[in-house]
Design a protein around this ligand. Structure first.
Ligand SMILES: Cc1cc2nc3c(=O)[nH]c(=O)nc-3n(C[C@H](O)[C@H](O)[C@H](O)COP(=O)(O)O)c2cc1C
Length: 178
């Protein structure tokens, strides 16, 4: 079984990015086990002085999730031409300990066509810095408009669901399960 950690870059309740990952988590796919990371808002602001041993509990939780993952799928909006500060904050907590080193990473961009490219570019910059392992063919675009998010918080559109399912299967085949 391949363990894929799903990390959203949005803290917004009705987020299209979070909805895409919630949809991924709701799919049941043979050989794929997804964990939806929902701790983004609970992470303290990064401070090297607080990167202690043991680390603050939310950081220990984050690192345990990363360690247990065979691959990580990010889905983040673009804020002010870059990553949301909350996601950059999460990634800053992984610099010193090297948790991301060699970790296979993928990214789903759900923004409208032509939007969100700077978020992807910055995500690549930061993940490159922490020496993550890019699953290049799993850095994809799949527009998810706000109206596609159902009241249940997932995307019901079968075409979108199939694309997300195909992406998870692709990622699972691209990595070696732990
Ligand atoms: C503070 C802020 C800054 C934004 N900056 C950009 C931007 O630079 N480029 C862009 O394409 N969209 C930008 N947007 C639009 C968001 O990327 C868009 O609303 C996206 O759907 C938010 O993702 P979510 O639905 O997962 O919350 C910005 C939105 C906010 C709230």
């Amino acid at each position: 079984v391949t363990h894929i950690l799903l990390v959203t870059g949005s803290t917004r309740g009705a987020s299209t990015n979070t909805a895409a990952l919630r949809t991924a988590h709701a799919l049941s796919i043979d050989g794929v086990d997804t964990v939806f990371y929902d701790g983004l808002s609970d992470l303290p602001p990064f401070n090297p002085d607080h990167d202690t041993d043991p680390p603050p509990p939310p950081i220990a939780g984050l690192r345990a999730h990363i360690a247990a993952a065979d691959a990580i799928l990010f889905c983040t909006p673009e804020y002010a031409g870059s990553l949301p500060g909350t996601l950059k904050n999460l990634l800053d907590w992984t610099v010193k300990g090297g948790e991301m080193e060699g970790k296979p990473v993928a990214s789903l961009n759900v923004a409208a066509p032509g939007r969100g490219d700077q978020a992807q570019a910055m995500l690549r910059t930061v993940l490159g810095y922490v020496a993550a392992d890019f699953i290049e063919a799993a850095w994809v675009r799949l527009p998810v408009p706000r109206e596609a998010v159902a009241a249940t918080g997932v995307v019901d559109d079968p075409v979108v669901r199939t694309h997300i399912s195909d992406l998870l299967i692709f990622i699972s085949r691209a990595v070696t399960p732990r």
